[in-house]
Write a protein that binds this ligand. Structure first.
Ligand SMILES: NC(=O)c1ccc[n+]([C@@H]2O[C@H](COP(=O)([O-])OP(=O)(O)OC[C@H]3O[C@@H](n4cnc5c(N)ncnc54)[C@H](O)[C@@H]3O)[C@@H](O)[C@H]2O)c1
Length: 334
């Protein structure tokens, strides 16, 4: 029997999720697409063949013709929609962040804990990206010895008009915080945030973070939301006996005008196309079998990303190193 899926939010991410459900997830059916803007939902439904369209996200979880829900509406809607869906004991793939703040994450954790089982996967899709997966498995196999440092770079072409400076930490960097925890298999102890001098104060400035893990490794993260030239995510893990560098999925190399070059994607969708697809398929398997993929990000991982982000924003504002204090991990996330 097909798993009937509702996608809430049909913007950039919701459209991408709906397309994966409709075209790349055998065993799943795109049942409902929901957007506060009817015309957007209608367009996606018509393009991808969804059976129904809704503008009221609060009614989705209760529908008898919906088995599982993908939440891709704005950040602020995530905790309420998760709580409602958990109340109906349905599986959720919630785009990152789990909630816009730590308090919201803890509320979802509390509801999931009360439900007695994991129902939520958070959309930290890099955990399914073949380059990060390979980096982690090479590290586990001891190819470069023990991990010492992780260098991360996250660059966008340009920040959206409503993007504020602190969002480099709270909105972009959580992917880096999560992937550092995932690859290094450790938690985070402290964060410091720096900004270079000389940037245009009217634009969103680059941010340079130093994250200390509980295992003693150092992670440096550059986020530049106005890099201009393309969407570019880089990573290098430095071990005691070598290093592992991420390779982006490049399919062609252009030779022209006395030059040889590769093109950058304009945004994250092409760079992480495989990761989104593999993430969603793993989630579908969890919905079908009740058993989670070991790499799937849980609410606990969502909580950690928000915890580091909140500490990072404080570090940016106070220009000081901020230590992290996590709550005790509930047993369902062991
Ligand atoms: N995993 C990733 O790589 C990644 C990348 C980008 C964004 N995101 C996250 O995905 C989510 C969506 O981001 P986006 O870039 O697609 O945004 P978007 O602005 O393109 O789309 C959001 C959509 O939600 C709709 N919407 C707003 N309020 C709603 C409500 N109450 N109910 C139903 N629909 C509502 C809007 O009309 C819009 O169509 C955000 O939480 C964002 O942080 C994740």
């Amino acid at each position: 029997m097909s798993i009937r899926i509702a996608v809430i939010g049909t913007g950039i991410m919701g459209w991408a999720h709906a397309r994966i459900v409709a075209e790349d997830m055998p065993g799943a059916e795109l049942k409902v697409v929901c957007d506060a803007d009817f015309s957007k939902a209608r367009r996606v439904a018509d393009e991808l063949g969804a059976s129904d369209v809704s503008t009221d996200a609060s009614t989705i979880a209760a529908r008898e013709d919906v088995d599982a829900v993908i939440i891709a509406s704005p950040d602020a809607t995530h905790p309420t929609l998760c709580l409602e869906t958990i109340r109906h004991r349905k599986f959720i793939l919630c785009e990152k962040p789990l909630a816009p703040d730590v308090k919201g994450c803890l509320e979802v954790i509390e509801a999931e804990t009360a439900a007695g089982r994991r129902l939520v996967q958070v959309g930290f899709m890099r955990r399914f990206d073949p380059s990060y997966v390979e980096m982690k498995s090479e590290l586990r196999e001891g190819v470069v010895g023990s991990a010492l440092m992780l260098h991360c770079v996250h660059r966008n072409v340009s920040a959206p008009p409503d993007f504020k400076g602190f969002m480099a930490v709270s909105n972009s960097a959580p992917h880096e915080f999560d992937i550092a925890r995932y690859v290094l298999d450790t938690d985070i102890a402290a964060i410091s945030v720096f900004q270079p001098k000389g940037f245009d104060a009217k634009t969103v400035a680059p941010i340079f973070m130093v994250v200390e893990t509980t295992g003693g490794q150092l992670v440096n993260i550059e986020v530049n939301n106005n890099a201009g030239y393309g969407y570019d995510v880089r990573g290098e893990l430095v071990g005691a006996a070598g290093s592992i560098t991420l390779a982006a999925p490049i399919h062609t190399r252009v030779n022209a005008d006395l030059a040889s070059f590769e093109r950058y994607p304009v945004d994250w969708i092409p760079r992480f196309a495989d990761a989104y697809r593999l993430q969603n398929k793993a989630w579908l398997r969890a919905v079908q079998t009740g058993s989670w993929h070991p790499d799937a990000a849980s609410c606990w991982d969502g909580y950690w990303a928000s915890l580091v982000a909140e500490a990072g924003v404080k570090a940016l504002e106070t220009k000081s190193r901020v230590q992290l204090n996590a709550v005790e991990r509930p047993p369902i996330y062991a």
